[in-house]
Write a protein that binds this ligand. Structure first.
Ligand code: MG
Length: 373
């Protein structure tokens, strides 16, 4: 049984990364970056377990992609690491940042093979530039650049992180406790993804696949007298609206399901549960806005949306254009990419008896092409 747990940290806000998706959600062919990093590490060593630390919202999405153990991060790198260490049972732990995404196999082997009880193994680089400190040149031979991943003795690292002092890496925390630091040769290719410019230095991130992802959604709501009727975010003149926990915009609900379906993200109930008071009487346009924002964060681009509203009543012909333009605005699409069809049920069944409305929607997503930057 392996004696090392891998911890991958990715809970930071990454405020210096100025692209629409979060950096851990850039797509490398058909894999999000965080998953590629985890798989690449796992192909190098049989870790007992891989723990991925991220935000609560990201974990909800990530858990649809893999069976890794996900732990919610804290407000700092150190707080995130502490949260992860709580569940580690192996004597050693290898900690890396997801942003350090292109692995140098030989360097990781050097780090792992140097492991020793009570210590921390750190890859380092020599400084090749001239260094000044307080306006005075200093001897660069006495300096070194510290990299990750770092391998630590688990109890030593846990103890080192107990106090309130903030450290920028694991080795400085362990060194502050008098722990032994073992230096091994680092790798000049192990760049960290911090800004968009760094992407040019990271050849392991492949161009995203151009495959279209298709999602389907369906929703049904019965009528409720006296409630305003909302469809596609447009108020429809009608003596009844839709019975629902939210405003009952059955068309937007079907679109949200189609979008989440295309992204492999589950369904509307998982994101905006109708058992939660947060969504009582919710404006469905805001839920769609939130879905669009999440998809953007996860590196998806919406291709198009097509929906069919099946309603015996109300008559929708005069509303269709307003619906199309309103949805296009909510989805950040041009109106030709948002198609709305309305049909009756030819007086058949519950729709034909004017008891409610059904909507079916199809949506496509693409991966955000970061190579165009
Ligand atoms: Mg619904």
């Amino acid at each position: 049984m392996s004696d090392i747990t891998l911890i991958l940290l990715g809970a930071g806000s990454a405020s210096r990364f100025k692209l629409p998706p979060k950096k851990q959600w850039l797509w490398s062919d058909k894999q999000p970056l965080w998953l590629q990093v985890a798989h690449n590490f796992e192909s190098l060593y049989p870790f007992k377990e891989t723990i991925i630390v991220s935000s609560k919202e990201d974990i909800q999405s990530m858990s649809n992609f893999s069976n890794h153990r996900f732990i919610e991060g804290g407000s700092t790198r150190q707080a995130s690491l502490r949260n992860a260490l709580e569940v580690v049972t192996t004597p050693f732990v290898l900690v890396s940042d997801i942003a350090r995404c292109c692995l140098d196999i030989a360097m990781i082997e050097r780090v792992i093979s140097a492991k020793k009880s009570m210590s921390c193994v750190v890859p380092t680089l020599k400084v090749v530039d001239t260094l000044y400190f307080n306006q005075q040149p200093i001897d660069r031979e006495k300096t070194q650049i510290i990299q990750t991943p770092q391998l630590s003795c688990t109890p030593t690292l846990k103890k080192a992180l107990l106090g309130n002092q903030e450290f920028t890496d694991d080795s400085s925390a362990i060194a502050s406790q008098g722990g032994e630091i073992i230096f091994v040769e680092g790798s000049p290719t192990a760049h960290k993804l911090t800004t968009v410019e760094d992407l040019k230095k990271l050849p392991c991130i492949k161009k995203p696949s151009t495959q279209a992802l298709i999602g389907f959604g369906i929703d049904i709501h019965p009528f409720e007298e006296g409630k305003p009727m909302m469809l596609c975010g447009i108020h429809i003149d009608s003596p009844f609206g839709f019975k629902a926990h939210s405003d009952g915009d059955v068309a937007i609900h079907a679109i949200i399901d189609a979008l989440l379906g295309a992204g492999g993200l589950g369904d509307i109930g998982e994101f905006y549960p109708d058992t939660s008071d947060d969504y009582k009487g919710a404006d469905s346009s805001e839920l769609l806005n939130d879905t669009v924002r999440r998809l953007r964060d996860l590196g998806y681009v919406i291709g198009n949306v097509d929906l069919t509203i099946i309603a015996q009543t109300p008559r929708l012909l005069t509303y269709k254009k307003a619906m199309r333009f309103n949805l296009a605005k909510l989805l950040n699409l041009t109106p030709n990419l948002v198609n709305i069809k309305a049909t009756t049920a030819e007086k058949l069944g519950w729709i034909g008896r004017k008891e409610g409305v059904a909507v079916e929607a199809v949506a496509t997503l693409y991966y955000y092409d970061w190579t165009q930057q």
